[in-house]
Design a protein around this ligand. Structure first.
Ligand code: FAD
Ligand code: MG
Length: 325
């Protein structure tokens, strides 16, 4: 068993919340040349994180990387030419059906989560320095002003021509809590189209376990949110798994931790009593969005939200149950 480590390349990449077991074994089997039991492993920095692919089919990694790149080009707020960046700049855009679809899904999650999941937190993410990783504690008045730009009711969806329009100047969206999960789903579809039946994809903690590993389920561990090691592991087949937590992107001020997931109602980083939420779902988009939404809502309301989705399982680690909280 090995814990994956991520090194910085072009920009700071994030550690992953979930750990894949078979890395050492697959490297060894490739080296030993055991053809019938070989796994190919490849990884690449994409979407500001580390995308890793493990499969017995050598074609898998290329297919996944191409698809993730395609989605990144559409949805990244970090690349100035993406549809999301152009929409954020102009406040109105005729989008591709895919961009329209994911913004529509985001708004549905906003509705079902009673506003906890909200892609219009983008100006808050900027204000607190989480976009450029220069974290800071804003003035109360700045937070209040910025909250005027937050609320997915400010996103108008024109179904007829896939146009997205913001009602207020300065509204911006950030798909960081949902687009990695969607990208993984798109990659899985491409793998299936190519006839690839077994593959594990990990896009910065958004994992999909397609098929199995030589007849056995894929094994994925949940990282301990406060120290080295893991707290649990899961055996999965044809399932997505995503974790949202407060332990990868955060800063500490006056002994209080401020992480990158925001309460859209207060304008502050969430303090809901949970430190890590892992969601297992049939698809990556649902797992990704729900993990973030439940993190915002906390254990009681978050568990209620999860019950509205079929075939979803949730593992929540509360602050009271970890050391150094
Ligand atoms: P999640 O819980 O899944 O998402 C948290 C993120 O969602 C926050 O970082 C914030 O952006 C947003 N958010 C916060 N609060 C809420 C809320 N209440 N509701 C909805 N959303 C919320 N990072 C870089 O540094 N450089 C890059 O070039 C880069 N490119 C990216 C391209 C794409 C297409 C995407 C999707 C992300 C990119 N990122 C980049 C962002 C980076 O990888 C994010 O930090 C990551 O998406 C956060 O995911 P998570 O799984 O850690 O947390
Ligand atoms: Mg998420």
């Amino acid at each position: 068993m090995i814990r994956l480590r991520v090194r910085s390349t072009e920009y700071r990449v994030q550690l992953k919340s979930l750990i894949i077991f078979p890395v050492v074994c697959c490297l060894l089997s490739v080296i030993c040349g055991c053809q019938s039991r070989s796994l190919y492993k490849d990884s690449r920095v994409m979407m500001g994180t580390f995308v890793e692919v493990i499969s017995p089919d050598q074609r898998a990694a290329g297919i996944v990387f191409a698809e993730v790149k395609r989605i990144e080009n559409l949805l990244s707020k970090y690349s100035p030419d993406s549809e999301v960046s152009r929409l954020n700049k102009s406040g109105k855009l005729i989008t591709s059906p895919e961009t329209f679809y994911i913004i529509k899904k985001s708004k549905e999650f906003w509705q079902v989560s009673d506003g906890a999941f909200d892609i219009t937190v983008a100006p808050l993410v900027d204000l607190w320095g989480f976009t450029n990783k220069k974290y800071l504690m804003p003035e109360e008045a700045e937070i209040k002003n910025t909250l005027n730009l937050v609320g997915s009711d400010k996103i108008i969806l024109h179904n007829r021509d896939n146009m997205i329009e913001f009602t207020t100047l300065g509204v911006k969206i950030d798909l960081g809590a949902i687009a990695k999960g969607y990208a993984v789903d798109c990659a899985v579809n491409k793998l299936k189209q190519a006839g690839i039946k077994n593959c594990l994809i990990n896009a910065g903690g958004q994992i999909y376990c397609l098929g199995n590993k030589f007849g056995q389920p894929w094994k994925v561990a949940i990282q301990d949110p406060r120290k080295e090691g893991f707290v649990d592991y899961l055996e999965l087949k044809d399932r997505a798994i995503a974790t949202s937590g407060d332990y990868e992107q955060y800063f500490v001020q006056d002994k209080k931790r401020y992480a990158h997931i925001f309460n859209p109602k207060t304008g502050y980083p969430v303090h809901s009593g949970v430190v890590s939420v892992t969601v297992i779902a049939p698809d990556g988009l649902t797992a990704d969005a729900l993990a973030t939404a439940i993190f915002v809502l906390g254990k009681a309301k978050g568990t209620e939200l999860a019950k509205k989705f079929s075939e979803v399982k949730v593992k929540i680690i509360e602050k009271n149950n970890v050391q150094n909280n």
